[in-house]
Design a protein around this ligand. Structure first.
Ligand SMILES: *[C@@H]1O[C@H](CO)[C@@H](O)[C@H](O)[C@H]1NC(C)=O
Length: 257
């Protein structure tokens, strides 16, 4: 064996030693009161933890692999839309969502059946602002529209009841975690301001269209929310589950047995 070969092997060994992943870092439970496992009392306790953590993690935590979420950035999202005379596709890009940090969890109802968990989460957000670029390809009756431009949506007083289902599972390191499998939300909005440009080539027509949209946003929202569920549910589940990977539930729970 020549010396070059030995050096190479040594290098590989050193590399191996450093490439061994460090122990995964989890959310530190030490400062929180342990939540009772009894489901009636657990809800309040979980709500308190989330309300404490949300503002603190707004700039993200690289060690926990949690990205900053104020603003929360969405690279691209597409919605297929089809109802009566209107159908088409809208895609949004470079979306910035402000306001997640203002969520207050008011109450959580917990139901548990062995490893299956159901949570009903009541929350309130005073204001959400969503900015970005949009592009659409729509058919309204015989008319084809291809609007493209910037949008700015502001939602006020968002009251949500979120129903989620999840399951408890055990990781290789023996710790137990929660993973959500479904989520359903039907937020009620106090008021909404819609701003956009590029709907029509003519700015005056834009103005008229926006006036209509701002007067009828309740109807528009009522149709669009369920229609777009397929687009935002997976995104939301992925986000929440990514955070839950860092929450070893037993460290936040006091066992009553
Ligand atoms: C978006 O619209 C809201 C509500 O009208 C306004 O307060 C805010 O300044 C706008 N943001 C931008 C970046 O234009």
């Amino acid at each position: 064996m020549n010396s070059q070969c030995i050096v190479l092997i040594l290098c590989l060994l050193v590399y191996q030693a450093y490439a061994v992943p460090a122990e995964t870092k989890y959310l530190d439970a030490s400062e929180f009161e342990k939540c009772p496992e009894d489901t009636n009392a657990a809800g309040d306790c979980i709500a308190k933890i989330i309300n404490t953590l949300l503002p603190r993690l707004r700039h993200g935590d690289p060690e926990l692999n949690i990205p900053a979420y104020d603003p929360f950035l969405i690279d691209k999202l597409s919605f297929q839309y089809s109802s009566g005379a209107v159908n088409g596709r809208i895609s949004v890009r470079n979306v910035k969502l402000y306001g997640i940090v203002g969520i207050k969890i008011q109450k959580i109802d917990v139901k548990r059946n062995n490893n299956k968990i159901q949570l009903r989460i009541y929350s309130h957000q005073p204001k959400i602002n969503i900015l970005g670029d949009y592009k659409a390809d729509m058919h309204v009756n015989q008319l084809q529209l291809k609007p493209k431009g910037k949008f700015n949506l502001t939602l006020f007083d968002v009251q949500s009841t979120v129903n989620t289902e999840g399951e408890i599972y055990t990781k290789d390191d023996g710790k137990r975690f929660l993973r959500l499998t479904d989520i359903e939300a039907n937020p009620k909005i106090g008021d909404m301001i819609i701003k956009a440009n590029g709907i029509f080539p003519d700015p005056e027509l834009d103005e008229i269209a926006l006036n209509v949209a701002n007067n009828y946003w309740r109807d528009i929202y009522g149709i669009i929310l369920p229609e777009t569920r397929k687009s935002w549910v997976p995104l939301l589940l992925r986000l929440i589950n990514q955070a839950l990977l860092k929450v070893p539930i037993d460290e936040f729970t006091s066992r009553s047995d």
